[in-house]
Design a protein around this ligand. Sequence first.
Ligand code: NIG
Ligand code: FE
Length: 434
Amino acid sequence: MTAGIPLFIRHASQLVTLASGSQQPVTGRQMSELSIIEDGAVWVEDGLIQAVGTDSELARRYHERLGEAEILDASGKIVTPGLVDPHTHLVYAGSREIEFEMRLNGKTYMEIMRAGGGIHSTTRATRAASEKELIQQATTRLDSLLKHGVTTVEAKSGYGLTLESELKQLRAAHKLNEKHPVDIVSTFMGAHAIPEEYKTNPDDFVQIIVSEMIPEVARSGLASFNDVFCEKGVFTPEQAKKILRAGLSYGLLPKIHADEIEPYQGAELAAELKAVSADHLLRASDSGIQQMAASGVVAVLLPGTAFFLMTEPANGRKMIEAGCPVALATDCNPGSSPTVSMPLMMNLACLTMGMSLSEVLTASTINAAHALKMADRIGSIEPEKQADLVMFDAPNYAFLQYHYGVNLVNTVVKNGRIVIKKGVAMYDVSLSAS
Ligand code: NIG
Ligand code: FE
């Protein structure tokens, strides 16, 4: 679409709007209410959604301007909001397929990390890579995320673990955001691992994060959120609290990798700090889940991680019933979830976390937008929101999770512009990689 020309999406078999009529994250039974319009249409102009309704309503309303619009025929297909992936480790160097093989042969994720592999291995590769190399490698992943329907993605640092290399990762994300159609929201995660050089004095590293890294990252303006891997053998709840509080005092909003491998009071800490989200939660306690629901913390669940680590997933059903707003994410990273497919995460959430076909859509759009504090702009198809939309080769939303492991994305509209058409990139891919 050329700038200035309206885009008229017509005849969607189901226009899945996710309009909830509320500014709050969606909870409980409302997570299954998708606000579907059959034979739906959207009028897009100036990068924004201007009008949403049935095809005949909008055709009537815009009949004098039909001739000037580019038409996107969505007959036989569903249209959803652009998917939002609120938890990734997008920017890193290298890969760790050797560790996958080790895990298949019985080694655990934490054993590999304790032996200097895991996050440490990616940290070595990321420290050694130039900013340009990081951008190039992240571009490939971002292109694939977009091809799978993602229009906004969160990206964490955390493979630098020194001020300089954390900033290098954040700068890479920032530059990529400027060039690439997908919007990137950055999270500082200097507390992703205790670097090997601080193995014997982890509190010194915590102090460096608090007094050196956080102030400098905040000054750089390169991150919106602050995240900690609160896990036995990594950062204790006390250390995590100190780091998240320090971030807050500099305007970095708290997120937390909570109760991923073992129960560790992560959900409770997220509730206490009123974190924007608590992520993973595979081993969260019942009381922690209740406390999160009471504090309005978004539970960001990562079904790909449990699947890939071959472990019992988070209990999404229980969290929804407890009143937590649940979101889904890929956790795209080189160790525990090397995937770029949000649709696959939705399928896994249905099959392994007790979530319904409709709940997973809420979790991947409007609630994921809430996990990034962006729900005023994205996550649903409503007038005045960004025109971020996906058209899937699926006649109804159930088909999306049913025909699994296949990329059903046909067309992606980002800020009113068609960026993927019949599965093919319409933007200059070389631009974002250079
Ligand atoms: O979310 N748990 C910590 N961080 C990532 C994994 C990072 C890695 O293994 O490189 C996660 O699972
Ligand atoms: Fe993660």
